[in-house]
Design a protein around this ligand. Structure first.
Ligand SMILES: *[C@@H]1O[C@H](CO)[C@@H](O)[C@H](O)[C@H]1NC(C)=O
Length: 286
């Protein structure tokens, strides 16, 4: 990618990140209300409390300083650049003065102590950033068990990000989805597959279209078809005494019989086989 394009991408990524983070903040109405003063907030030294500028000496102004509440603040800058282990830092604005913010984005596989992958760090009245650590490595819990299938993996308490685990289905079951799951950067597994059962064809005495062939049910081993395979039955048009196709599809053990299908009787099947619904003239031909 040319340098300019990369820079544009960076700006887009940054903009999206700020939107995501700030939407969380705005829910808490941080912009409109200042927290009431907490005398000993973690990682912050409070300045003199105030309710209006007149209570502050010199160039100090009465401003909201996070958990310290309204405080007499001298607008000064916070250190920059800031190195945070396992995270990338970017200034949201060009300045790094009181109230300005930097975005702290965890590297893949790491998260903040509260669990999120990025956060805004604010330049406080004590000239320190509100967030100075990313920390924690992300792990995934053991991947979920699946019905009629099993995991091909060594059982562990936790799995690292990017680890891949494979699934297999019991014999005769069809694996629907990806045969593997990956531990994602947010500590969850990607979509797990499902093991789908075969379907028993719910008919015996007529032919069906299956895999492009017109077959008697007895010609299909155990009368079983695989998940998502199509079986076309034949129905009778009683006025014209001709047959027309009615498709159905196997879904996880269930192959619905088309409503129009009527199973030939034992007598029809054994003594008048030429008159069985699948053997009479097709309505299309007549
Ligand atoms: C985790 O990340 C994946 C992939 O980005 C996403 O689809 C999923 O919704 C996330 N889950 C949580 C709980 O955030």
């Amino acid at each position: 990618m040319p340098l300019g394009a990369q820079k544009n991408m960076d700006i887009i990524v940054l903009a999206i990140a700020i939107l995501q983070v700030s939407s969380v903040f705005s829910e808490q109405d941080v912009w409109n209300t200042c927290p009431t003063r907490n005398e000993n907030p973690v990682g912050q030294t409070c300045q003199k409390a105030c309710t209006h500028h007149g209570e502050c000496a010199g160039k100090r102004q009465c401003l909201c300083d996070g958990d310290c509440g309204m405080s007499c603040i001298l607008i000064r800058s916070c250190p920059w650049p800031v190195a945070i282990e396992n995270a990338e830092t970017r200034l949201v604005t060009e300045s790094k003065n009181f109230g300005d913010e930097m975005l702290v984005m965890c590297q893949p596989g790491f998260k903040m102590a509260a669990g999120q992958e990025m956060t805004l760090s604010r330049c406080q009245g004590d000239r320190k950033w509100s967030v100075t650590a990313a920390c924690e490595e992300t792990f995934c819990p053991p991947p979920p068990e699946i019905k009629d299938g099993y995991l091909v993996a060594v059982k562990k308490q936790e799995y690292e990000v990017s680890e891949v685990i494979y699934y297999l289905c019991q014999k005769t079951f069809y694996l629907d989805g990806s045969n593997s799951v990956t531990c994602q950067t947010n500590g969850t597994w990607s979509q797990t597959p499902l093991c789908r059962a075969r379907c028993k064809i719910p008919a015996q005495r007529s032919r069906v279209l299956y895999n492009g062939k017109k077959l008697w049910i007895t010609e299909i081993p155990e009368a079983l078809v695989t998940h998502f395979e199509e079986v076309t039955f034949f129905c009778r048009n009683k006025n014209q005494q001709c047959s027309y196709p009615a498709p159905s599809r196997c879904f996880d053990g269930v192959l619905p019989v088309p409503e129009c299908y009527e199973e030939p009787t034992w007598i029809q099947y054994n003594f008048f086989p030429k008159n069985v619904v699948s053997e009479i003239t097709s309505c299309q031909e007549s």
